[in-house]
Design a binder for this molecule. Structure first.
Ligand SMILES: *Cc1c(COP(=O)(O)O)cnc(C)c1O
Length: 400
């Protein structure tokens, strides 16, 4: 295989001259933060997902923090979420001084299992933070039914899910059109579109949107744009504690160009995912990701579960030796040293969880998913030949 040796990354942003030109435009304009490009990006983004408003921030982690604060999460509260996610999800809960209550996932979708939510609700539960993991929509309908019956707000961690869709009353809707209360997106290079770093909050609630805009700028009472245009001297004030969670105009200008690429990007990713689906179907025991009839993934990551008896590390090494980058499945936050005993619970209502770090009887599917799945390369510029090569090497690597 060595003469065949390639260099296939796991992911790669699709970004180029148009973005470079846009960044130049922002720089040359002399207005480089919280100006017209940020405003324009917010308008474009809200229109794309179908939300009343969108507020740009520095990244998705800060977006999640503000979303949790907006729905009233306070120190000592519990927020129901998943361990099986990038650590940012649970970290944002801890930034509020609250406790993440981890619920296990469904083995097919790698998303929160709605059946298990009810049991995790206690009188300290303040919100649900659900993830559309790897771009696959979670079962929002079922989740909202439970949340509404307990009067709990739902925040969507849509970091990976720009362009993903969900069937609602017979219509396909974009994730981010608020069905939950607030959705949070990421523009890190590992996601579909990027601004280097960046985040966005969408909601239909104008009060929350106003609050986000204050918080991202230290709660300063007068925005830069207003002060700049004012004919009279105005002094700003800082009525409440805020943050510096701003996005720059250089980033936003790039984001607007990225958004224009999104339809083509989605179409091609769906094509490549379909191709994986067909070409991997005959590997015995390999489990491929599937969309529910009401879900359309953007295929931010293509995750396969390895056949029984097939070692994850070994498969990944064989692939790497052949010049193919893979990643192991999504992490489990509860297994990290930063999550010691006191910081989380696994949802036995009113009780402290007594699972060991690294192993929790109630999070077995999450742990299995981390240990038994790998992510395959998928990016816009990937050729069919490269994809065929990945399939060919995986077939060899999976042989017992
Ligand atoms: C990437 C990611 C985040 C964090 O996004 P940043 O923009 O890097 O802060 C949060 N949640 C999930 C599920 C992610 O994949």
């Amino acid at each position: 295989m060595s003469e065949n040796k390639q260099n296939i990354p796991i992911a790669k942003p699709w970004i180029g001259e148009a973005e470079a030109e846009a960044a130049r435009r922002a720089i040359i304009s002399g207005w480089v933060t919280q100006g017209p490009e940020v405003f324009g990006f917010e308008q474009d983004f809200a229109a794309y997902v179908g939300a009343k408003s969108a507020c740009a921030v520095s990244n998705c982690t800060t977006a999640l923090h503000l979303a949790l604060l907006a729905v009233g999460v306070q120190p000592g509260d519990e927020v129901i979420t998943v361990s099986h996610s990038y650590i940012a999800t649970a970290n944002s809960i801890r930034y509020c001084g609250a406790i993440p209550v981890f619920v296990d996932i469904e083995p097919q979708t790698y998303n929160i299992n709605p059946i298990l939510i009810e049991d995790a609700i206690s009188d300290r539960t303040r919100a649900l933070l659900v993830v559309h993991q790897m771009g696959m929509p979670c079962d929002l309908k079922a989740i909202l039914d439970i949340a509404h019956s307990h009067n709990l707000p739902v925040i969507e961690d849509a970091a990976c899910a720009i362009g993903s869709e969900i069937l609602w009353d017979g219509q396909w809707e974009k994730i981010g059109k608020p069905r939950g209360d607030i959705a949070c997106f990421s523009f890190h290079p590992r996601k579909l579109i990027t601004t280097g770093d960046g985040g966005m909050l969408t909601t239909n609630n104008p009060e929350w949107d106003k609050q986000f805009r204050l918080w991202r700028q230290h709660s300063m009472s007068v925005p830069d744009t207003v002060r700049h245009a004012a004919k009279q001297v105005i002094f700003e004030s800082y009525p409440t504690l805020g943050y510096n969670y701003r996005m720059t105009d250089i980033q936003a200008a790039v984001g607007r160009e990225q958004l224009k690429r999104l339809p083509e990007l989605l179409q091609h990713r769906r094509y490549l995912a379909q191709r994986y689906q067909e070409n991997l179907a005959d590997i015995p025991g390999l489990k491929l990701p599937t969309e529910a009839v009401w879900a359309r993934s953007n295929w931010q990551s293509y995750c396969v579960r390895l056949p029984e008896g097939c070692d994850q590390l070994q498969v990944m090494q064989v692939m790497l030796d052949a010049g193919i980058s893979t990643r192991r499945g999504v992490m489990c936050t509860h297994r990290e040293p930063a999550y010691d005993h006191e910081t989380w619970s696994c949802g036995i209502a009113q009780q402290k969880c007594d699972c060991e770090r690294g192993q929790c009887d109630r999070l077995l599917e999450s742990e299995q998913a981390q240990d038994r799945t790998i992510l395959l390369p998928l990016f816009h510029q990937m050729t069919e030949q490269e994809q065929d090569y990945v399939v060919q090497v995986l077939k060899i690597a999976c042989q017992p």
